[in-house]
Design a protein around this ligand. Structure first.
Ligand code: URA
Length: 230
């Protein structure tokens, strides 16, 4: 039987209190009830505050829900391999999800992933926004349609909008979700799509490095101006 859904109006709001640190935000998230009962725990983002790149996925899967860490299951392993092929060190980037709880339907012993609704994306967006404010990455990467909906505030076709993007003043990048590659049945098509994904990650690395260099230049210019006027 599928778990009973909590009605959106039953969900306590966070009000206007903005946590001052990522740990404080994660404590709020950890104490919250899932929209769809059944998930073991909320899965918080992972990675250093101030990371140049933040990757945003959809929601924790079965393994992430059990381990309490984002992107550790099959999609995460593929993401790790593609990052490594693109020269990105996962330990230096921030990885999180739009939705912090696993939404699933029980089928026998298996927990089958369920796509979040637009209302659920909207509900969790406040947390994601606070999280990104605190991590303050140079570039935010939307992995797949759910992250695009949360970050852009509307649905955009990945095939059409793939590449650099602007998420309400945040520099962004739109690409596919790694589980899209896992679902492709045909090996040649999957390999081609994998190469395209790695190429996107290389562009992401270069874009973030350019933005890093630009901000340290403007930082230096500001420091220079300050030194001049002191
Ligand atoms: N898919 C996601 O979007 N996030 C995870 O953490 C795992 C799978």
């Amino acid at each position: 039987m599928s778990p009973k859904r909590t009605r959106t109006r039953d969900i306590p709001r966070q009000g206007n209190v903005e946590p001052k640190t990522l740990d404080a935000l994660n404590a709020v998230i950890a104490a919250s009830k899932p929209l769809v009962p059944g998930a073991t725990r909320a899965v918080a983002g992972e990675g250093p505050v101030g990371a140049s790149i933040a990757f945003v996925g959809e929601q924790p899967g079965d393994q992430e829900d059990r381990e309490g860490r984002p992107f550790v299951g099959p999609a995460g392993q593929l993401l790790d391999r593609a990052m490594s092929d693109a020269g990105i060190d996962r330990r230096g980037v921030y990885v999180t999800n739009t939705i912090k709880h696993f939404k699933f339907r029980q089928r026998g012993k298996r927990r089958i992933h369920q796509k979040p609704s637009a209302g659920e994306v909207k509900h969790y967006r406040w947390w994601l926004d606070q999280e990104l404010k605190l991590v303050h990455p140079k570039l935010v990467v939307a992995l797949g349609a759910t992250a695009v909906l949360a970050l852009a505030g509307k649905s955009l076709t990945i095939a059409r909008f793939r590449g650099a993007a602007d998420f309400h003043g945040r520099a962004g990048f739109i690409t596919v979700h790694p589980s899209y590659l896992l679902r492709m049945p045909e090996q040649n098509a999957r390999q081609q799509e994998y190469r395209q994904f790695v190429s996107d990650l290389q562009k992401i690395r270069e874009l973030a490095a350019t933005r890093d260099a630009m901000s340290s230049l403007t930082g230096e210019a500001r420091e220079g101006r300050k030194a001049h006027t002191e």
